[in-house]
Write a protein that binds this ligand. Structure first.
Ligand code: ZN
Length: 523
């Protein structure tokens, strides 16, 4: 038994206690120091340094497994230019048997431009080479890879995918949506093009990623796409005692098998399957999401991309729901969100249904929010996107639509709980950066986007704690520092309610605790 005390404690439910008692991983009591001293005379006391204790941050939609696997593959996150990209891939090709895939990720196109088929052809003619662009909505391949995939002209793209070509009709190597996702996430019958490396290397990379996440206060996250490969990686880390955050996983739909879904998950507090992931449309900040009304979208199509056909989509939703499993659909544009709700509303009445989710749920209106509330659906909108991409988003969708983009305030006002999400490693995972964005809705250049959606800092905090817990069905045991919940918390060096809004993102994390154990300390 331990009793934690020290600075101001904000439990996000009930009165602020002076201290809380932790037995094993669980908060068992809160109260004044005197009350807890009397109740637990033998307990060990831990006096926390810092200014504010809040529930641990929970990112309801991110991809730490991809951040880890990027380090096992060819990690391009720090490559400064196209030559650096080429050299890193060449070095890997030199130690890879001919014919095997050489995969680089992520390509950060905000910094590195001019990567195409011709550049990758200078890496190798014997190896299929592919680079995954940072948004995970497209990838670029060399000639050998295009040949292996059977891609010779734009007409070879599968449904929901696109291959682009130059003026001469020759493919430029860029593969959009299903054109690269099909071979990347092919389902259990075929092998993925993505090499995985040794399990020990995966676990070491995951441990390093998790250590970084603890450093910004993360105690739980939901990995928004796993296949059996990532599932094995997390399981191996857990079995080795090296999985320090609490991890939920969304299984990519092509791997879903109702008969194989676990009826019970006894280790759910540490590692659990939380649902099945589908994607219906394109990217929000990339300008390819499916909207009702036209906009200057990145692909030139007038209102964005739909990546899964209506019939196949509805059928998959029905099958996953019938198995009693949570459905989580990536849908950014208002038309895509309406289609998801059409599918959810058509499901038969059934007691005990988990809360289905709409990932990102970026552009909404009052009617869609009403339908989301009535269907008991949980949106998981982007947390830091307005601060990071406000100009791009306003450029694509116009000032009127962005009033209802990442509409945290409108959801909460309608009584709809929302999760907090970064989509890391596409964007930085730092929850305090997201909190500042939710509170200010202001970009670095000073543009304020959709000021009507601003949240108070404690509401923003609740999104990234209790809201995210709700998104995986864990609101009863996570997200608040109250008896009966897990003792996951963060100690900050400043009181978030006392600093200026534009200082929230720079408040240092002093320490991070999972189940009453310290997983990060700044000192
Ligand atoms: Zn994602």
């Amino acid at each position: 038994m331990k009793i934690f005390t020290g600075p101001r404690i904000v439990p996000l439910e009930g009165r602020e206690p002076e201290a809380f008692a932790v037995d094993g991983e669980w908060v068992v009591a809160t109260g004044t120091r005197a009350e807890l001293r009397e109740r637990y005379p033998a307990a060990e006391w831990v006096d926390l340094d810092g200014a504010l204790v809040v529930p641990g941050f929970n990112d309801a939609h991110c991809h730490p497994s991809q951040a880890a696997l990027a380090r096992v593959r060819v990690d391009l996150s720090a490559a400064a230019d196209r030559e650096a990209v080429r050299d890193a891939l060449r070095a890997r090709a030199a130690t890879t048997p001919p014919g095997q895939w050489v995969v680089g990720q992520p390509l950060n196109e905000r910094e590195v431009t001019g990567v195409d088929r011709d550049l990758l052809d200078t890496v190798s003619a014997e190896h299929p080479v592919v680079i995954v662009q940072y948004t995970f909505h497209r990838a670029v391949a060399n000639s050998r890879a295009l040949e292996v995939l059977g891609y010779y002209s734009p007409a070879d793209a599968p449904p929901g995918g696109e291959l682009t070509a130059g003026g001469d009709g020759r493919l430029d190597g860029w593969m959009y949506e299903q054109a690269w996702l099909d071979p990347w996430l092919p389902g259990p019958q075929r092998e993925s093009i993505a090499p995985a490396g040794a399990e020990s290397a995966q676990v070491a990379a995951l441990r390093a990623v998790n250590a970084e996440l603890h450093g910004v206060g993360i105690t739980s996250y939901c990995d928004a796409i796993v296949t059996p490969l990532e599932q094995r990686m997390y399981t191996a880390a857990r079995q080795a005692g090296e999985l320090t955050p609490r991890v939920s996983m969304l299984l990519w739909h092509s791997y879903f098998d109702a008969a194989a879904w676990p009826a019970e998950q006894p280790d759910a507090a540490h590692l659990q399957l939380a649902g099945v992931k589908l994607m219906l449309d394109g990217a929000f900040s990339g300008g390819t999401c499916l909207c009702r009304h036209p906009y200057p979208s990145a692909t030139g199509a007038d209102n964005g991309l739909q990546v899964l056909g209506d019939a196949e989509f509805a059928e998959t939703v029905r099958a996953v729901d019938a198995a009693g499993v949570r459905v989580a659909v990536h849908a950014n544009g208002d038309l895509a969100i309406a289609k998801v709700l059409d599918a959810f509303e058509a499901l038969p009445d059934r007691p005990g249904r988990p809360n289905h989710r709409i990932e990102h749920c970026s552009i909404v209106d009052d009617a869609l929010i009403g339908r989301i509330g009535r269907a008991g659906v949980t949106p998981v909108p982007f947390g830091p996107f307005i601060a990071l991409f406000g100009e791009a988003v306003q450029g694509f969708y116009g000032p009127e639509r962005v009033e209802m983009a990442c509409a945290h305030r409108s959801f909460l006002d309608a009584g709809v709980p929302v999760g907090g999400s970064s989509d890391f490693p596409i964007v930085p995972i730092d929850p305090l950066l997201a909190l500042q964005s939710l509170v200010m809705r202001r970009t670095a250049s000073g543009l304020v986007v959709g000021p009507g959606q601003r949240l108070g800092v404690l509401d923003a905090l609740a999104v990234y704690t209790a809201g995210s817990a709700h998104a995986t069905g864990d609101a009863a045991v996570r997200g608040r520092l109250t008896p009966g919940r897990l003792a996951d918390f963060v100690v900050l060096d400043a009181d978030l309610t006392a600093v200026a809004p534009d200082e929230i993102a720079s408040v240092p994390v002093r320490s991070t605790w999972v189940g009453g154990s310290c997983v990060f300390s700044a000192s």
